[in-house]
Write a protein that binds this ligand. Sequence first.
Ligand code: MOS
Length: 712
Amino acid sequence: MEKAININRPSSADGMSRIDGRLKVTGAAKYSAEYAVEGLTYGVLVGSAIAKGSIAAFDIKTAERAPGVLFVVTYLNAPKVPGFQPDQKGVRAQLKVFNDDKIFYNGQPIALVIADTYERALYGASLVKATYNKEEHQTNLTENFGKGYPPRGDGLYKRGTEDAWKSAPIKLEQEYMVPTNTHNPMELHAIIARWDADDKITVWDKTQGVKATQHDISQLFNIPLENVQVNSRFVGGAFGSALRTWPHEIVAILGAKAVKKPVKLVLSRADMFTSVGYRPHTWQKIGIGATADGKLTGITHQAYGQTSPYENFTEGAVNVSQSLYACPNVNTKYNLVALNVGTPTWMRGPGEATGAFALESALDELSYVLSIDPVELRLRNYAETDPENGKPFSSKYLKEAYQLGADHIGWNDRKQQPGTVKKDGWFVGYGIGCGMFGAYRSGATVKATMKADGTLHLQSAVSDIGPGTGTAMVLIAAEQMGMPADKISFENGASDLPQAPTQGGSATTASVGSAVHQACVELKDKIQKLTGNSGTDNPDYAQILKQHDLPLLEVTAKSTGGEGRDKYSMNSWSVHFVKVLVNGSTGVVKIDKVASVADCGTIISPKTARSQIVGGAIGGIGMALMEEAVIDHRYGRYINNNYADYHVPVNADIPQIDALFVNKPDPILNPMGAKGMAEIALVGMAAAVANAVYNATGKRVRELPITPDKVI
Ligand code: MOS
């Protein structure tokens, strides 16, 4: 019990618990919607009922007269957004919401009803009527390939000979489909917006980057940067959905301006399907060729991904095929199809997760044609240097990862012949899927304050959307300072704290961690100058400050974006081993066991690292077996826009998931030797499941999710 109560005490085997774990599980952690701002009013969005066209007329009179309703904001009466320029350079919120009568997608915000209570705003919103000039919309990706266009440049990549796979002795070509997945974090997106003066604003907002949101608001509303305060102390999951500024944030700020009172806007679960991005529905085709002994000779990877009519959202879906395996001839092509939907955005393992489903499925298919074990086939095509640019990897321990995972799952029990192992009416199968993701780092600043009582306080603007950033930062400082973790605190998630990048792309530990490391180095330096010696392993900092009559010692340290990218290719790697049971009568797929192995450098915080890998594996299982946001194309409207109909895995769906780490430092990326792990935890997982289902049944499902109807 003690372990559960004393959250800061490092427990022996599995590492320190989250520094904010207790706050979160007791409800003491305050999320953006929970701030009791004085004079708060409540906004509810009204969405467009059509998918394309324009608003002919509004009838808002009844809504305005409803009890408690203060104002109904529409494009006709909304304050202007000065940052809405025709070319919109530098501002990422690119739907010019409430700017004109244009409708681009079903559910697009057309009105905000503000009332004195949430319930009255909700009722008011139900009374807003609009009529439309309807135009014919398109929401079906597969019917619109003809409208595909390259994202930028020509969208083409080539090394060696184009379509070389076609002349290979062993070859295959297949199509793969990843449907729209939505992030749907538990915490709904929410913002409280308050104007403090005509040119001063404070928001409590769910965002992965308070500095980026501050910048966007400053640009959009033409307010000096320092007059915009963005707070996002706790974030209840995001997975990419809070990586950018969205229309609802602008709308709340407009509403607060209109009523001259703070406005709280919490998206409904249904709004979450249309308002904060999603993993785009993507069709892919892979041609792959090899010699009879399993050496890859050519890969051609094409994709069509959907985007909105007003933005070209582009992700690296085909990029995995450029770097995952040693293959002399690779060409890829990526096209966008603009549909009447909101703009997609990065969702955990963005692009790579989509691409790896196709590539890792295709490689598995090839392994059966060749009759070569899928692990062995990967080893025969192991890339010792980055085949895309010829650079050495800063570190790559994927071979070690294969070995760890294969041993752990019991790969030797796998039979190459599909559909041959049956137990109690369930077919048994094993699958593997690999992932990679760039290991990034960007500049960050951390302020470290050593107080008279010998406690250390770290400050950084960075958001912590759930990976346990604060916990890792405290552990980095504890090691550097030679002091117990429970004497260190970490403050984050506010734009008036020192500069930090947006939490995304698995780069926070490398970026902010380097700044924490640097701050500790500089702090120790200061202390050594005071004491005149090189210090001991566990200095008594309180004593030192007392001796020198200092109330505190502080440093503000900057770390850079790192070095070596010109010489090295830097990536994290994962391999997922999955054992499934497939019911022979119903086609139900049960995940029996998962071993996910990551080469993500040094493990700084074992407990939260494990949670990252387990969470990513669960996300991958959802992607593989359940998740699909379905549009009724007649109306261009999502029909399963709730947690009851959009299935995500629950405890009953999740078996034993073991996270294993190679745990060898990357010598280049940062002083801790850590690489990112958020994205690779999911990349490759869906293919591992699909490949296991094939091994169990002989049924190849190339269109996610793998629902029972596709298996039997
Ligand atoms: Mo992550 S998709 O970079 O939040």
